[in-house]
Ligand binder design. Structure first.
Ligand code: HEM
Length: 385
């Protein structure tokens, strides 16, 4: 855990000076921060998003306190184990079979394209984005999530203009038809719920983009990362294929512990907070930016056990909590789609790894997304020998 030079309260004069972020790298302190009532969401450009959209109907990721709690309770029904095991798993199995059959026929594919198509199909069903062709929507979202390039004022202007055009395209082609269909006939999905709650079309668009980034972009990267680990380790791949569902999940969670897709979570204190954890006591001043290093927290020996840098599906699992430790977050904002993502990866990878002669021909290039500070794996080529 690293603290700023000053750990007393902050004055107004100090507030105008951006003070250094407080970095948290132990598991216990990370959990205490994420569970504290005095923390406000500050990641994923939260403070910028709040300037454009009021707090009442902000996307769930950007809400805090009671409105956030209400929104989470109201949408929990889309993520229950029963719904995941029935509705979504059926879709995951059908889509995985279809994608793997296409790959077998072509004998070559880009793994990150396959994982994007699957992640979009599943998240779109949860959100209710089902009134436009899936592949075209995946391509639009892919362009939307691609990190902006270039430096300087011209590049900033160009990125802003293209960003607006991509948002408009997503709204016009995907969100608008979905809203229209659900205003006529509500269904059991997030968009129907938001319409019933009185969200405007613009607010629904923002929530769809948030779910897109939170649910589609993350799962896409994770599937590629887990596939890489399986391709590179014959014993692990054999074990994964021979295992039943619970053991497959454990293997995947262990991969995610070592390779968290979202590597930093950010919070801002709403008042001075004292964090008590096994890692010690720490007082964080009012209005401080706190950055939680998920990679470091996941490799904290106190939580992960001995040899925390090694991939070991047999390591002692925490009595409570998940084997992927902090990779799905913790506290009120903990990922509601964790089980969806793990099932999706397990089903797709089992289907893919069973293909006779499947091989990774080209390793992906790895870049870091500036907003989520997570990894992006592109151009991974798989072939059938
Ligand atoms: C491997 C895949 C995934 C990873 C690594 C992941 C990771 C995370 C993390 C770390 C958070 C917490 C953010 C914070 O505390 O600031 C989060 C929140 C969230 N995730 Fe996921 N996620 C994944 C898949 C999904 C899926 C499949 C969905 C839904 C389709 C989803 C929907 C959400 C939503 C809506 C939130 C915001 C929850 C809130 O703020 O209350 N995620 N995710």
């Amino acid at each position: 855990m690293t603290a700023p030079a000053s750990s007393g309260g902050s004055t107004d004069a100090q507030r105008s000076e951006p003070s250094p972020a407080i970095r948290i790298d132990s598991f216990a302190a990370a959990r205490a921060v994420l569970r504290s009532d005095a923390m406000r969401q500050a990641g994923f450009n939260a403070e910028l998003v709040h300037r454009f959209i009021g707090p009442r109907h902000a996307p769930v990721l950007y809400q805090d306190g009671e409105p956030h709690q209400k929104q989470r309770s109201a949408t929990a029904r889309f993520f229950t184990p029963r719904v995941v095991a029935t509705r979504y798993c059926t879709l995951m199995e059908a889509t995985s079979r279809e994608l793997v059959a296409q790959f077998r026929a072509a004998r070559r594919a880009r793994l990150d394209d396959l994982s994007l198509t699957l992640a979009v199909a599943v998240a779109a069903d949860i959100i209710g984005l089902t009134n436009s062709p899936r592949d075209a929507m995946a391509a639009r979202l892919n362009r939307f999530f691609t990190a902006p390039t270039g430096h300087g004022s011209l590049a900033t202007l160009r990125n802003a203009v293209f960003g607006q055009l991509r948002t408009l395209a997503f709204h016009w082609c995907d969100v608008r038809p979905a809203i229209r269909a659900r205003r006529a006939r509500p269904r059991e999905d997030v968009i129907s719920h938001l319409i019933a709650e009185g969200y405007s079309n613009r607010e629904i668009l923002t929530e769809c983009l948030t779910y897109g980034a939170a649910g589609m972009a993350t799962t896409r990267e994770f599937i590629v990362m887990a596939a890489l680990r399986l391709f590179e380790d014959d014993a692990l791949r054999a074990r994964f294929l021979a295992a039943g569902e619970p053991e497959r999940m454990t293997i995947l969670e262990e991969v995610l512990r070592l390779e968290p897709v979202v590597s930093t979570l950010k919070r801002r204190t709403a008042c001075a907070v004292t964090i008590e954890s096994d890692a010690g006591t720490m007082t964080i001043p009012d209005h401080s930016l706190v950055e939680i290093d998920i990679g470091a927290a996941n490799r904290d020996e106190a939580a992960a056990g001995a040899c925390p840098h090694q991939l070991d599906p047999d390591r002692a699992r925490p009595a409570k909590g998940s084997a992927s430790l902090m990779s799905f977050g913790d506290g009120p904002h903990r990922c509601p789609g964790a089980s969806v993502a793990l099932h999706e990866a397990a089903i797709f990878l089992a289907e893919l790894m069973r293909v006779p002669g499947v091989r990774l021909e080209r390793r992906p290039t790895k870049t870091i997304n500036p907003v989520s500070s997570g990894y992006e794996l592109r151009d991974a080529v798989i072939v059938v020998e």
